[in-house]
Structures are given as C-alpha cells and as structure tokens.
Design a protein. Structure first.
Ligand SMILES: [Zn+2]
Length: 202
C-alpha cells in the first residue's frame, strides 16, 4: 500500500469490501476518452474520476464537458504533467491554478463542476470544507513530498491509488485484468485503481 501520511489524501484503502473506485488519468484524448466514456456509461458504472491535464482540456474541451455533464468527476492533474517534486513553488502553483481555471471555465463555473460529487460522493468521502471545484487533484506520477503537498492540500483532496493497473507499461487487456483483480483480492476486495486513459485499450 502507498503511504498516505498526508491529511487530505485518499487512496482507497479505507473503502468497504466491494467498493471500487475507477480513475482515468492524462486525458482528454480525442480517440480514447470517447471509448472509455461509452464503456463506463454502457456498463452503468455510477462514477469514475478523470484526472485531466490542462493542456489536453484546452485542446479537447468537449470531451471534458461531456463527462462532467453525465456526472463523472473531473479532477486536476496539472497543466503539462511534470514531476512536481522537481518544480519550484511558483511553477507548481502555476501548473495547478492554470488547469483549475481551464477546467472551471470549460465546465461553466465552479457550481457546474462535479455535480455528482456534490450530490452524493461527499457523503462517502471525508473532505475539507474549504476545497474548491474541481475538488480533486492527483500529482503526476504520484510524485509528491511535504513541500508540494502543503500547496496541494490547501485547496484539494489528493487522490492516490492502492490498485495499479500499470496499463501504461502493458497493453494486454487480459494481463491488466488479472493484475487488477489479483490486487483487489490482496487488498480485501476494495480499492481505488488507476488507469492511463492515453493507452487504455478496451
Ligand atoms: Zn498522469
């Protein structure tokens, strides 16, 4: 399990047995995001987190809007996916704020963002009341330390994972499935797992 020594961080290890949260990172992508969107809609998966990269939202805002409109949760995943530990505080803040503005503008304002979260996810996840929409952030590569998290946790709930699909390094659906279900069994059949939208093959 990944260490969660940060106060506003969630990694799925405290979910109840049978509760699984799916997250997709690094989109939107013009080809893959619609496939992911259609699949989770067809399967009636009630909520998924999409941690989006600001420069991709600028290019494909329609994808972000379509997901949020249907109630899927949009999270901030930086502007250009750098390793935050290597950035200055100024650059780090710029990566977060720029993306926050792009996502919020794309979704039509803070109140329009993440309506599903506002409706019922907030009853399940403990979260600080001062967080702003989009309420969720994921550090690129999960790379973080006390300095970077001090800035992130001012405004966001930080979402890590305890199940790793490793699909960025393995494009075989069968072995990805085996790995995810093996880890879910090890973790007691609950968890929060991470996929990379760019290379996910459904
Ligand atoms: Zn990423």
């Amino acid at each position: 399990m990944i260490d969660t020594g940060y106060k506003n961080e969630f990694d799925g290890s405290n979910l109840k047995p049978g509760e699984v949260v799916i997250t997709f990172d690094d989109g939107p992508n013009p080809h893959l995001t619609p496939q992911v969107h259609k699949t989770i809609s067809d399967l009636k998966i009630p909520a998924a987190f999409f941690f989006e990269v600001g420069e991709n939202v600028e290019l494909y805002p329609g994808q972000t809007k379509a997901l949020a409109t249907e109630g899927f949760i949009i999270g901030n995943h930086s502007y250009s996916h750098p390793d935050f530990v290597k950035l200055s505080n100024g650059d780090l803040t710029d990566q977060i704020d720029r993306t926050q503005k792009i996502i919020t503008d794309t979704l039509g304002g803070p109140l329009e963002a993440n309506r599903l979260f506002q409706k019922w996810f907030s009853a399940i996840f403990p979260y600080p009341k001062q967080v702003v929409a989009p309420e969720f952030f994921r550090s690129p590569y999960g790379s973080r330390n006390k300095r970077t998290m001090a800035l992130v946790e001012k405004h966001f709930y930080h979402v890590m994972w305890n199940i790793d699909s490793l699909d960025w390094n393995d494009h075989s659906p069968a072995t990805i499935e085996d790995r995810v279900f093996d880890q879910l069994t090890t973790e007691g059949r609950h968890g929060l797992f991470s996929c990379t939208t760019f290379i996910l093959r459904l």
